[in-house]
Design a binder for this molecule. Sequence first.
Ligand code: GTP
Ligand code: MG
Length: 225
Amino acid sequence: MSMAGDGVSDIEQEKYDADENVKIICLGDSAVGKSKLMERFLMDGFRPQQLSTFALTLYKYTTTVNGKTVLVDFWDTAGQERFQSMHASYYHKAHACIMVFDVQRKITYKNLSTWYHELREYRPEIPCIVVANKIDADLRVTQKGFNFAKKNSLPFYFVSAADGTNVVKLFTDAIKLAVSYKQNSHDFMDAVMQELENFELEKQEAVSDKEDESEDALPLQLQGF
Ligand SMILES: Nc1nc2c(ncn2[C@@H]2O[C@H](COP(=O)(O)OP(=O)(O)OP(=O)(O)O)[C@@H](O)[C@H]2O)c(=O)[nH]1
Ligand SMILES: [Mg+2]
């Protein structure tokens, strides 16, 4: 636990103030447009240059769902093979997944099954949206049947990070799905982790004016999940 010495850090405070906080991950091969989709949604912009994500980028976003403040952590992961072994921690406590392929590169569509398999190993139940990106390059692709989503009973959107088609819809739906998953899930580990978190926050409040809180009593092996 890396709490600031003088009490609860800003980010922790934000989490505490929010009615709900959820984590959404983004998966798919390198260069399918995961980062550009995030940028389009969060910054409403698109810079065409390719800069592969190095391992992981985290974005924070606050919004309202059904009158409640929701703090969203977007995890933008690197699609490159060399980062594959790091993925376990990305999946940890994720509440929804956006899985992206590039309509111009068939291999990225084929690889969806590998990504999906890995996702389900770690998060058997979370909502997952399948996304066909780069439809601006050739609109005829929207006539094609991409059966992967249907086969796995997953929602499926055609999007473009370049011109913004369906991007706001994709992310707002993903957030809604994440919130409803979190509120309705009966995942045992999630429940345990939630309890631990609440306990932690209460404990931090209780000790926030004490000098030294660096030695948390929480068993270390539980923090490593
Ligand atoms: N035409 C078009 N190009 C796109 C679109 N989205 C992304 N690109 C291009 O695709 C390339 C890769 O985009 P990124 O968002 O960096 O891909 P990524 O999935 O984050 O890749 P990694 O970080 O390596 O996993 C960039 O050169 C983008 O300009 C789109 O909707 N349309
Ligand atoms: Mg990226």
